[in-house]
Design a protein around this ligand. Structure first.
Ligand code: ATP
Ligand code: MG
Length: 585
């Protein structure tokens, strides 16, 4: 491609609303432009990168027997009503009406549509297993679109759905998809970590997130340094600590704590360690009050609490609700003598208490007394209050051992680019996707679904690979692998050497850009760095007189000189992405 004829509108400054590195660099490099909140145009340079990701992912899906399909983005309400998601999906689902007042949504995902297709077209056990995938535009009316294409409203996703005769086959196939994802992200040249996203009660974990590791990532990844354990911080398991040494139970005693609503303040006031405190937080779980307790030196993890409570909706109690439930302000609530609560039916009920595992057997602890400016000390679990259940409620810390092998863990930041999920019969049951088994008995299919945010991968690759000058594309994702900069654009010898090399590289299949714009070399070098082309070749009268060109890798090495007669071979070798890993059995 000749840059003089190619639309790469680079910018010196990023638009002021670009709120992370990749959003800034993608706009500065002329890859994307913003049209509305979370809605972008992909310009030629940006789209080339999308296609690179897409191609790698497609190859890996095909290798595990995936069949590519194209599903509609506009989907009828009726299908979404069958699974109940028309109601529960909420405002992220963009709903639209056609001219006949028919109701539709813009697909945020496609379980309903694919299950509908499969229930109509697949009847026999002989046709299973089957996996279908697509690269489809998705629309999610995100409450806070941000970070450019990373959390957009319109984005490109590879979504895949598999259908199986039984659970064990779904499990076997899940493993294949997991391997295919590993290969795909490895081939993209990214550093990544698959992490457990949900620990199934039986048979281990059946949901994984694939995280691209980058300091700027939104998610915290807990990874074991010795074994393969990795989890999202939301999920990372904490084991119960060793039981504390037994203590003589003390008398329950009130202490005056004027305006001291935090553990730190009261701990200092009483000269006691925060680990002796019961940190109390009130929630409304599906409209019913819930008290969560963690140790004073621990942090409550709301997703864990939500799972432990089995609640569809979990909201922090408002100040008003604190007064209504505990009879006091935030900061003075506690589990001892908790007032009974009047439910909407007018009945007096006790407030449910869930406590973290680390509070089992706590002796002589401190907590709020459900009265302003008052705490209680000498609290003994079991004697002074009764937890309805104990569960893992707290966030892991770097000091926690790996829950699998007991080794030390590391905390890193990551960006979720893929998600694999064993669905079971959630959709096939409600939509009646069944098949006839060898005995001619009707059975419900077992499903899995597997997503990769293709456009998010592009942004994540930049978050992981950039410097002050711009993007540093891994070869496999680079929009072009070589950029040739002829220094003296008007010099015949320079122009012809640059053009020859350009043609020969394309003939060898090396995607090459030639920056033939009448700009100063410095400006063109800056742009080459900004758009992140892995190999830069400079053709100038200075080196040509020695029969040489200058060559520099974007990843920082010093420029080197190359003899013209070997340049083609060397550039060809350097521009090859990493070979595909071996084909799955
Ligand atoms: P998140 O927790 O980031 O909202 P999610 O759980 O909603 O993600 P999935 O429904 O599993 O995401 O979607 C599959 C993949 O699609 C994600 O792993 C991510 O890479 C991508 N994705 C999800 N939401 C967006 C978005 N708003 N913009 C760009 N990509 C997205
Ligand atoms: Mg989401």
């Amino acid at each position: 491609m000749r840059l003089s004829r190619y639309l790469i509108p680079t910018l010196r400054e990023a638009p002021s609303d670009a709120d992370n590195v990749s959003a800034k660099l993608m706009q500065r490099a002329g890859m994307i432009r913003k049209v509305a909140a979370g809605i972008y145009e992909w310009l030629p340079l940006g789209l080339r990168v999308v296609r690179k990701v897409e191609r790698i992912v497609r190859e890996e899906m095909d290798r595990i027997g995936g069949q590519e399909v194209w599903l509609p983005v506009i989907q009828p309400k009726e299908l979404w009503e069958e699974t109940g998601r028309w109601k529960v999906y909420g405002k992220e689902l963009l709903r639209i009406k056609d001219r006949k007042a028919g109701e539709f949504c813009f697909a945020p995902t496609a379980e309903e549509v694919i299950t509908d297709l499969v229930r109509r077209e697949i009847r026999s056990w002989r046709q299973l297993p089957a996996m279908f995938y697509q690269f489809g535009l998705k629309f999610r009316d995100e409450i806070r679109p941000r970070f450019g294409v990373m959390r957009a409203r319109e984005f490109l996703m590879k979504d895949a759905y598999s259908f199986h005769a039984d659970d064990s086959d779904a499990g076997r196939y899940y493993e294949q998809v997991y391997q295919a994802y590993q290969k795909a992200f490895t081939r993209c040249g990214l550093r990544f970590k698959p992490v457990e996203a949900q620990s199934g009660a039986i048979g281990g974990s059946f949901s994984h997130e694939f995280m691209v590791l980058a300091e700027t990532g939104e998610e915290t990844v807990v990874a074991c340094a010795s074994c393969s354990y990795g989890a999202n911080l939301e999920r990372a398991e904490c084991k119960a600590p060793k039981a504390p040494a037994p203590e003589e139970p003390a008398k329950l005693e009130e202490v005056h704590t004027p305006n001291m609503g935090s553990v730190a303040e009261v701990a200092q006031h009483l000269g006691m360690p925060p680990a002796k405190f019961l940190k109390t937080q009130l929630y409304m779980a599906d409209g019913v009050p819930l008290m969560a307790l963690v140790r004073g030196d621990h942090e409550l993890n709301e997703p864990k609490l939500q799972r432990a409570a089995g609640a569809a909706l979990l909201d922090r109690a408002t100040e008003e609700q604190y007064k209504g439930i505990a009879g006091c302000d935030v900061g003075f609530a506690g589990p001892v003598n908790l007032p009974r609560w009047k439910n909407p039916q007018g009945q007096m009920v006790t407030v449910r208490i869930i406590a973290d595992l680390a509070l089992q057997g706590l002796a002589n602890g401190v907590s709020g007394a459900n009265r302003r400016d008052t705490h209680l000390k000498g609290i003994n679990a079991g004697r002074d209050f009764q937890a309805d259940s104990f569960a893992d409620l707290r966030s892991a810390t770097p000091a926690d051992p790996c829950p699998r092998c007991g080794g030390p863990v590391e905390f890193t930041k990551g960006i979720e680019v893929g998600h694999t999920f064993k669905l079971g019969t959630k959709y096939s049951k409600s939509m009646n996707a069944s098949f006839l088994d060898p005995q001619q008995k009707s059975q419900v299919m077992v499903m899995g679904c597997y997503g990769i945010g293709v456009t998010r991968v592009v942004a994540a690759a930049i978050e992981q690979n950039h410097d002050d000058n711009g993007i540093k594309w891994p070869v496999a994702l680079a929009p072009f692998t070589v950029v040739i900069v002829p220094v003296e654009v008007d010099d015949d010898a320079v122009r012809s050497a640059a053009n020859d090399l350009y043609k020969q590289l394309w003939e060898r299949g090396v995607e090459t850009l030639i920056d033939d714009r009448p700009e100063r070399p410095g400006v063109r070098f800056k742009d080459a760095d900004l758009i992140g082309i892995p190999l830069r070749v400079v053709v100038s009268t200075k080196t040509l007189k020695d029969g040489e060109i200058e060559f520099k890798r974007r990843d920082g090495a010093q420029p080197e000189r190359l003899k013209l007669d070997v340049a083609l071979e060397r550039l060809f070798d350097w521009s090859q992405p990493m070979p595909a890993p071996p084909v799955a059995a």
